[in-house]
Design a protein around this ligand. Structure first.
Ligand code: NIG
Ligand code: FE
Length: 413
């Protein structure tokens, strides 16, 4: 049985002796650590850990992590890494004063990305998405969710989901696929919205489900995109096809998206920049996770979600990158963790729980990922030399990752 021993770890972070399924409220500030630690991996799993006094004598391979920390890989539960082209023209339009919504109304934004993606051959789309997956693995991501939603036709939505499926079959990290046919209303359906929702529900969804191409179903429920009624219809159809909801909500307004997600038993409602008392009360009553995407708020210059109020209300906050060409062209989880601390007043411990354990939970992967616990998958990273835990989010923009370990082996990039 091939084994890998990491010795002299300054701090082994998120090392659990009694595994949790999620961290909520005041427990989010509790981050279990072992100082001066060892970690033993056997095959692709975590076999033992503890203080250096109890360190095993030998293993097939040994790494020394003196002065460094070891983290479980980030779990990025919200991305759109399958896309055809970047959108820096819209970025400069926004610098000149246009808003994200104005750009979308003139046919840019998601519709711009859909035009480009519809024209790109599947193989090319796969190659570029695969490079992005490798990029984020290098940033320390060890489990990821990827959405469709830049197809917006039956054919192109299926093309995107096949790309994700192909990545799943060869990826060293687990991938969850989300069907987001209801990302925007295509221009030619502008005056016949119902027909587009019919297309999503009656044409796309059965084909997606039949081919087993998605785990989840998503809708962009927001001002200028899909209404609460349309969202409800799509989510209920999703349940009939075994696609659990994980939705975009309240990015642009108090849209009712949070409430409709909870009412339809969504795994998570994501964005939540517009969250007030009513949304927090609804989240407290349900089991739906609030997923926050601060790099989107950073990039678009919109308000940050009220993470502090959510945690103080006892909620289990999740953090993810939203990596996409329009609102968050970065897949670096360590920057998201920094933003969560700097802009949303989350403690480093809270942000790390949100980006590991709670991220895993938002993909239903917490039994195998998200913490260092016996028997869990050995997806982790060793940091560069670092003085303290808080120094990681404090040094915003820096790359803390030195060595990535996936499935018990050093990842060779
Ligand atoms: O999560 N808000 C909706 N969807 C993406 C952005 C999509 C785009 O602009 O391309 C998001 O921000
Ligand atoms: Fe998104």
């Amino acid at each position: 049985m091939p084994s890998l021993l990491i010795r002299n770890i300054k701090t082994l972070v998120q090392a659990e002796t009694s595994p949790r399924s999620v961290a909520r409220g005041s427990d989010m500030a509790v981050l279990p650590v072992v100082h001066d630690a060892f970690l033993l991996l056997e095959n692709d799993r975590i076999a033992a850990f503890g203080t250096m006094e109890k360190c095993p004598e030998r293993a097939d391979k040994t790494l020394d992590a003196a002065g460094r920390m070891v983290f479980p890989s980030w779990c990025d539960s919200h991305t759109h890494i399958v896309f055809a082209a970047t959108r820096e023209e819209e970025f400069t339009d926004r610098i000149r004063g246009m808003s994200y919504e104005e750009i979308a109304r003139r046919g840019g934004g998601i519709l711009n990305s859909a035009n480009r993606l519809q024209q790109m051959p599947e193989e090319e789309l796969y190659e570029s998405a695969w490079q992005r997956l490798r990029e984020v693995i290098g940033f320390g991501t060890g489990a990821i969710e990827i959405k469709s939603g830049y197809g917006l036709t039956v054919e192109s939505e299926l093309k995107m989901l096949r790309v994700i499926q192909k990545m799943k079959s060869v990826s060293p990290i687990p991938i969850k696929a989300t069907f987001l046919g209801a990302h925007a209303i295509p221009a030619d359906y502008k005056h016949r919205r119902k027909e587009y929702v019919d297309l999503v529900v009656q044409q796309m969804m059965p084909k997606v489900a039949e081919a087993g191409l998605a785990d989840y179903c998503d809708v962009f429920c927001d001002r200028g995109f899909f209404t609460v009624e349309e969202t409800e219809r799509i989510l209920q159809a999703g349940w009939m096809y075994g696609l659990k909801p994980k939705i975009h909500a309240n990015e642009l307004d108090y849209s009712g998206g949070v409430q409709v997600g909870i009412a339809n038993h969504a795994i998570s409602v994501d964005h939540l920049e517009y969250t007030g008392d009513a949304e927090i009360a609804a989240l407290q009553k349900g089991h739906t996770l609030p997923t926050l995407l601060p790099s989107c708020a950073f990039f678009l210059g919109i308000p940050y979600a009220p993470a502090r109020q959510m945690i103080d209300a006892g909620l289990p906050v999740v953090l993810a990158t939203d990596y996409n060409p329009g609102s968050s062209p970065s897949g670096r989880m360590s920057f998201v963790v920094s933003l969560a601390c700097i802009k949303m007043k989350m403690l480093p411990e809270e942000a790390i729980n949100a980006a590991t354990l709670n991220g895993a939970r938002a993909m239903e992967l917490e039994a195998d990922y998200g913490t260092i616990a016996l028997g869990k998958k050995a997806n982790l990273f060793i940091t560069k030399p670092v003085g303290s835990l808080a120094q990681l989010p404090y040094s915003f923009g820096n790359d803390p990752v030195d060595t990535v370990i996936l499935n018990g082996k050093v990842w060779d990039h």
